[in-house]
Design a binder for this molecule. Sequence first.
Ligand SMILES: Cc1cc2nc3c(=O)[nH]c(=O)nc-3n(C[C@H](O)[C@H](O)[C@H](O)COP(=O)(O)OP(=O)(O)OC[C@H]3O[C@@H](n4cnc5c(N)ncnc54)[C@H](O)[C@@H]3O)c2cc1C
Length: 524
Amino acid sequence: VTNLAEAIAAWQDLLGYEQVLIDREILQAVQTATFQTTQSVPVIIRPKCLTEVQNCLRIANQYRVAIYPISAGKNWGYGSRVPVHDKCAVMDLSRMNRILDLNEDLAYVTLEPGVTFAQLCDFLQKQGSNLIVSMTGSTPYSSIIGNTVERGVGKGPYGDRFNYICGLEVVLPTGECVHTGFGRFNNAAGVETSRWGVGPYLDGLFTQSNLGIVTKMTLWLMPRPKYFQYYIYYLNDDTRLDQLLDAVRGLRLAGFQRGPALIHNIYRQMALIRPYPWQEAADQRPLSLELLLKLKENWKWGGLWNGQGALFSANREHGAAERAIITNALADKVDRLVFLNEDSHPNNPLLTKNTFLGHAVLGSVKSIYWRKPTLPENDFLSLDPDRDACGVIWLSPAIPFEAKHIRTALMIMTKIMVQYGFEPNLGINCISERSVDITGLIIYDRTITGEDDRALRCHDEALTKLATAGYLPYRLGIQSMNSLPPPIDDYGKLLSRLKRALDPNDVLAPGRYDFRADWPQEDG
Ligand SMILES: Cc1cc2nc3c(=O)[nH]c(=O)nc-3n(C[C@H](O)[C@H](O)[C@H](O)COP(=O)(O)OP(=O)(O)OC[C@H]3O[C@@H](n4cnc5c(N)ncnc54)[C@H](O)[C@@H]3O)c2cc1C
């Protein structure tokens, strides 16, 4: 039987009163996401070390109170800090924010869950390090481990983040602790450098799952390139998008475009540079393409499709050769292609403060205030879309890197988003040589009556239609954990066996990516 009061008292004994938060206002904030949720959070617990995390879980098991871990809690558009199930205690790991090791030669850093991108950037700079971290398009105040366990995506060659991690320390739901890779051996060399270790590879079990709390991780970093170039291009003729996609795939497969290449549409471009044109649109929503194209006439830069990439070269000559290859592949597929490098644009902020170079910049977060009447201040810390009632819901299908598939998915998303009154704010993130993630962003103002409901219905219909067409999401929001089609095999049975074996009392993040609607009732 759940005994919340006793669990709270035990957590208070363990962590001290000030690290067990039950203040109504604070709980209310944690219960608030960028879309409608109904889950309540009875308490927030804030351990500061591995042993405290373990003991918190032992208490959770003793009193049968579930725990939902967050690292920085900036999972905006996917649920923020709100647990999947009602009445979970939120375990806030932000106090565990030590950078434990930096190895300049082997290019890695070992860190705790509270470490943010901004913190790591700052640390590397202060150490005079030559290494750069693959930055996020989200706020630099998000957590590196939080982003990794969601299998999030970053910028540059190491952007497929889960490919560049090693040696997890994980607290199991029972409070036991395991180390992946070689980490289980005393004095093992290679914990930070050999991903697979020896035996079954376990790291995947602890991403997009509820089988453990990651308390430590090694992240591989990239050496700063000797010669950096950033390139941007745009295309105005939608019928030529297929050719462009083929060309980008060719570059990726041949190894000339390292790391995710981004192409976003005109709606996202608009949201990135200015708030909703209320006046010009005479308060009409959604913004029509006709009006958007008219407004675009005043832009110095930008088209129906807008791309960006970066080159990380060994020297000027190498850079020139790489630039020639990209130009050869893309120039006749787009309307304009421009390269920026230290020679052509020495002081351009796109070079001196560039996420591809591991700089902490504001990124695209301001764009989610698109439908709000006023924009926030121009600094990272003032941005809080949960507090500011920004409506944000992501739709993120993973699509084979072929124009016909990408087109079909874009069409499904555009049609449904417009039908529900939202701009089709879409990006194509060419995440690997063979696969792209399309990111659809439903942006709205939560203070307008009815919008929350409409946005969720829009999201759900698009998710279902995409899945029916074979395009499943690479990642899910907390509202959609049971929205996928049922498996055609024994996947549900396997997950239920794993969860029941590792978490007999169901105390760790119940419902998070466990697809329990597909579990057999009694697994015999
Ligand atoms: C405008 C905008 C741009 C964005 N751009 C990007 C982008 O470029 N790439 C991208 O990936 N995302 C992006 N996001 C989504 C999101 O903001 C980021 O993924 C962000 O990194 C997630 O928040 P966090 O790192 O603070 O993780 P958290 O919110 O702390 O964690 C995410 C989830 O992981 C689980 N979790 C967290 N910590 C642990 C742990 N230690 N052990 C076990 N489970 C844990 C929890 O379930 C938690 O809810 C964007 C969002 C917006 C609004």
